[in-house]
Design a protein. Structure first.
Length: 280
């Protein structure tokens, strides 16, 4: 496992690791060029309010079009970007590009941006957020940052202060992938999250799996009393969506509602008309 070995973990070497290591080193080299060569693109996936059946926001999901390998999954390249320090400039690009995109939308949908825990370590995140909003002319209330609990696992005091500064600007903060990792309930007391996103691994087993049902019920009960909104990720079937609504989830995201796509035109009739006119 290349990742588990970490930066200084190369004490021994097996031939079968050679290929994996090679691929990783190549990816790191390629990533360094990718930003300058415009190989990154943001896709957008809608989030649906289960009470009003209206779109509330879109999550920005990063895509890398590798010149030879084609589309590389963020699950593969984000860890490499994190280990090589490239997540700094890359994360900054995502933040700017996402805010710029949202500023062009005809509806006041929010834009949700994933932030790596490592982005808390380098340049001042509150400053970068403020700059991105200002450059785009986007109100802070239309930006939501998705973080994972690992942000609160290390440098807890410092990261809490960073999060508080950002939230005081009016930006919303969501906890992503809830239910994976440690998911200590104390994190929810430590910081006033606006939203919790229940990981898709729980949603997958709905509507029949009793354990998944009771875990989601426990999360929604707790969220209700804390006044936190609950989004379910990875909703693929109507039966899952019905169960989630029944359980008290406020919002859903998943292929059932819409797959990540390079634009939001499908949700925006006016823009579609303009596109058609231009094309005609
Ligand atoms: P995430 O933030 O939890 O994003 C949700 C992931 O679930 C996305 O995968 C999305 O395409 C996928 N998904 C959405 N609906 C469904 C569904 O109904 N079924 C299934 N099976 N999957 C669904 P994606 O785009 O491959 O991204 C994977 C992860 O990479 C993200 O998980 C996030 O942690 C990370 N990531 C993506 N973009 C960025 C970024 O700009 N910055 C950072 N730091 N991380 C990012
Ligand atoms: Mg996310
Ligand atoms: Mg997630
Ligand atoms: Mg995830």
């Amino acid at each position: 496992r290349v990742k588990a070995e970490g930066r200084n973990g190369w004490c021994f070497f097996k031939p079968e690791m050679d290929e994996q290591l090679q691929r990783r080193l190549e990816m790191e080299q390629d990533l360094k060029r990718a930003l300058a060569d415009n190989q990154f693109q943001l896709y957008f996936q809608p989030l649906l309010n289960l009470d009003t059946q209206e779109i509330t926001s879109f999550e920005a999901l990063l895509r890398w079009h590798h010149p030879v390998r084609g589309m590389v999954s963020p699950a593969e390249f984000i860890p490499v970007a994190e280990e090589s320090g490239l997540i700094g400039p890359l994360g900054e690009w995502v933040l700017k590009t996402a805010c710029n995109a949202a500023a062009t939308w005809s509806q006041p949908w929010r834009i949700a941006v994933n932030i790596s825990p490592l982005q808390f370590r380098h340049k001042s995140l509150p400053v970068l957020v403020k700059k991105a909003l200002k450059a785009a002319g986007l109100p802070a209330s239309r930006l939501e940052l998705e973080i994972t609990e690992s942000v609160l696992l290390e440098n807890e005091k410092q990261n809490l202060s960073i999060l508080t500064q950002i939230r005081d600007m009016g930006v919303r903060i969501a906890m992503d992938d809830f239910g994976t990792g440690y998911s200590s309930l104390s994190y929810l007391r430590a910081f006033p999250f606006d939203k919790i996103k229940i990981d898709q691994s729980f949603v997958r087993d709905l509507p029949h799996d009793r354990d998944a049902l009771s875990i989601i019920r426990a999360i929604t009960d707790m969220a209700q009393s804390l006044g936190v909104r609950i989004t379910a990720e990875g909703v693929e079937t109507q039966a899952q969506m019905d169960a989630l609504k029944e359980l008290g989830c406020h919002e859903a995201q998943g292929y059932l509602i819409g797959r990540p796509a390079p634009g939001i035109e499908a949700y925006c009739p006016e823009v579609m008309t303009v596109t058609k006119t231009v094309a005609a």
